[in-house]
Design a protein around this ligand. Structure first.
Ligand code: MG
Length: 392
C-alpha cells in the first residue's frame, strides 16, 4: 500500500514537472480589445510559460500587426485579411478548431464570440471566458456541451473569477454573492441619472473597460448579465444568487456555504489578476501584480443593497433569467442596440432600459432554442429595436 502511494506521488510530481516545462498554447480572440491587451501584458511577464497560436482583431489591424511582430503567433484574423502582416490568416472558427490550442481566451465582445467558443468546446479546448454573450444567449447549450467534452470554462470576469476561486464543492454552497461597484450614478438622484451625458456614463469610478460594458455598468445591466452568467456557470438557481453594492471593488464576490461560512475573494481592482488566473489555472504565478494587498491601506469596505427602482435593469435581468429561453436573448439584443444609440447621443440613458422593457413586452418567449434560433431571434430583436429607435 505504501509503495503504491509513493508511485502515485512520483507520477504526480513527474506530471507537475512536465507540466511546468511545457508552454501553454493559447489563442486570444479579441487581442486588441481591453481584455485582450491586458492578457498580452500578463503573457509578456510570463513569456516562458506561454506560446501564442493565434491573435485576432476586428478593425484595429494596426495594433494587431504590432502584436504579431512582438508575440509571433502562427495565425491571425482581422476583418480585412489583406492587411495582416507576419501571420497566416485563419477564420475564428478555424483557429478554434486547431487542437494545438490548450486554451482559448474569448475576449471579443458581442455575439461574434459565441460560435467560435462552441467550436473550441467541441474540439476539447479549454476556454478562458470574457465574452458575456456566450452564456447570456446560449448558456443552456454551452454548459452541457462543455460537460460533454470535458472542457473547463474558466471565467475572466472579476466576479465569476472570484466565485471560481472560492468554490471547492458546489454542492455545499448555499448562495453566491456577487458584488457590484454601483457605477458612476450610485449616489446620484434618478433625475441626475436620467439626464446623464455619455461622458458621465463612461466615467466609471473603479474599472477601466470598453464603452459598451461601461454603460452597462452605469445602468447595472452589466450586473444583471453577470447574474445570468453565474446561474449557468455554477448551476445555481436565481433565488440563490444575491447582488450587493460594494463601491470599493475590493471584494470581487463571495459565496456562502450551507454551514454559514462565507468565503470571499479580495484583491485590488485590476483585471490583470483575474485574466492571469483564468489563463494559468490551476497554477498561480507572481506575474504582473503591482503591489501587495494591505487591509490597513484600504481601511474600510462598504456594502449596501442595490437601489432596485433606480437600477431597473437588474430586476429585468433577474426576471429574464428566471423565465429563460429567448427572454435573455431578447433583453441582451435590445440592450446592446440601446447602448449603441445612447453612445451615439440619440437617446438618454434611461431610454435604454425603457426600450428593453418595450421589446420584452412584445416578445413571445420560446424555450429550448437551437443555436440558429438564438441567432435568428437576436437579429430580429436588434432590427425591431433599431426601428423603434429611428422613430424616436
Ligand atoms: Mg464584472
Amino acid at each position: 500500500m505504501k509503495m503504491q502511494q509513493d508511485k502515485v506521488l512520483l507520477l504526480d510530481n513527474n506530471f507537475l514537472y512536465y507540466n511546468r516545462l511545457m508552454k501553454r498554447k493559447i489563442s486570444i480572440l479579441g487581442s486588441t480589445g481591453s481584455i485582450g491587451r491586458q492578457a498580452l501584458e500578463v503573457i509578456e511577464r510570463l513569456w516562458d510559460k506561454f506560446e501564442i497560436i493565434a491573435l485576432t482583431a476586428g478593425s484595429n489591424v494596426e495594433l494587431l500587426n504590432e502584436q504579431i511582430q512582438k508575440f509571433k503567433p502562427k495565425y491571425a484574423y482581422a476583418d480585412d485579411k489583406s492587411k495582416i502582416i507576419g501571420a497566416e490568416y485563419k477564420t475564428l472558427d478555424e483557429i478554434c478548431s486547431d487542437k494545438n490550442n490548450d486554451i482559448i481566451l474569448v475576449a471579443v465582445s458581442g455575439r461574434i464570440g459565441l460560435k467560435p467558443t462552441i467550436t473550441a468546446i467541441k474540439n476539447g479546448i479549454d476556454i478562458a471566458l470574457a465574452n458575456k454573450e456566450t452564456l447570456v444567449m446560449a448558456g443552456d447549450i454551452v454548459m452541457p456541451l462543455a460537460n460533454e467534452h470535458n472542457v473547463q470554462i474558466i471565467p475572466v470576469d472579476s466576479e465569476h473569477c472570484a466565485i471560481h476561486q472560492c468554490i471547492k464543492n458546489i454542492n455545499q454552497v448555499e448562495k453566491l454573492i456577487i458584488t457590484a461597484s454601483g457605477g458612476p450614478f450610485l449616489h446620484k438622484s434618478i433625475d441626475e441619472m436620467k439626464n446623464a451625458t455619455v461622458e458621465q456614463a463612461l466615467a466609471h469610478p473603479r474599472w477601466n473597460m470598453g464603452k459598451k460594458i461601461t454603460v452597462d455598468s452605469a445602468t447595472l445591466m452589466n450586473k444583471g448579465l453577470e447574474v445570468i452568467e453565474a446561474h449557468h456557470l455554477f448551476g445555481m438557481n436565481y433565488d440563490k444568487i444575491d447582488v450587493v453594492v460594494h463601491p470599493q471593488s475590493v471584494v470581487h464576490s463571495a459565496i456562502e456555504y450551507k454551514d454559514g461560512s462565507v468565503i470571499a475573494q479580495l484583491g485590488l481592482p485590476s483585471m490583470h489578476i483575474p485574466i492571469q488566473y483564468a489563463i494559468t489555472y490551476p497554477e498561480r504565478y507572481e506575474g504582473i501584480k503591482s503591489k501587495s494587498f494591505s487591509f490597513s491601506q484600504i481601511a474600510r469596505l462598504d456594502f449596501e443593497e442595490p437601489d432596485w427602482d433606480k437600477f431597473k435593469a437588474l430586476k429585468i435581468a433577474y426576471n429574464c433569467g428566471k423565465i429563460g429561453g429567448s427572454a435573455p436573448v431578447c433583453m441582451n439584443a435590445a440592450n446592446e442596440e440601446g447602448v449603441f444609440a445612447f453612445l451615439k447621443g440619440e437617446i438618454k440613458l434611461f431610454d435604454i432600459i425603457d426600450i428593453v422593457e418595450k421589446m420584452l413586452e412584445k416578445h413571445e418567449i420560446i424555450q429550448n432554442l437551437s443555436l440558429d434560433e438564438i441567432f435568428e431571434i437576436d437579429e430580429e430583436i436588434r432590427q425591431k429595436t433599431r426601428d423603434i429607435l429611428v422613430k424616436k
